[in-house]
Design a protein. Structure first.
Length: 177
């Protein structure tokens, strides 16, 4: 049997937007209970409101830590989003054979990923500025043109490239035997 199973987990890098979101959560967790201190009638509930706001802030901050899991099994690619190392959200499942193109996310292939027919975009790459990003364009089960932007490792790229050599653009990675 020549079963192929490759699993990869990538951590989403923190950018300015996510840092500002975290600062906003912390600020809200401090300001909301403080408002209860200013209103004399509500001062007695301050400890409860403070505890609840700190608990909610902790949960929201933890969910800002995002990982993406790519699982490649015998031609099937599954992508999940993991929030706070606890909650998993399914993003996409697709047979690699359905890809119209699999190529590096570079200006050379810009007309392929900037197509007006693309209705759904799944950006599951760790960093929007990374030079290691790849994209796959395909039509999903509902007939919707979809773009998947991700950052697979060399082993996963090699496995996908061997399966769909005509649709694979760019350089096929060489793996040590």
């Amino acid at each position: 049997m020549n079963d192929v199973f490759i699993e990869q987990i990538v951590l989403k890098k923190q950018d300015l937007k996510s840092t500002l979101k975290k600062m906003g959560i912390i600020l809200a967790a401090l300001l909301i209970p403080s408002a209860f201190l200013l209103i004399a009638i509500l001062r007695f509930v301050f400890p409860v409101v403070l505890a609840i706001s700190c608990w909610l802030a902790w949960i929201l901050l933890k969910n800002q830590n995002i990982e993406f899991e790519y699982s490649y099994t015998n031609g099937e690619l599954d992508v999940d989003k993991i929030l706070g190392k606890r909650r998993r959200e399914h993003v996409a499942s697709v047979s690699v054979r359905r890809f119209d193109i699999l190529a590096p996310f570079t200006t050379e292939f810009a007309k392929e990923f900037e197509s007006k027919t693309i209705r759904t975009i799944h950006d599951v790459s760790p960093d929007a500025k990374s030079e290691k990003r790849w994209f796959a364009r395909y039509t999903d089960d509902g007939g919707v043109e979809t773009l998947l932007i991700f950052e697979p490792n060399d082993r996963m790229l090699a496995a996908m490239g061997r399966l769909i050599p005509r649709k694979f653009k760019g350089t096929l990675p060489e793996l040590p035997q």
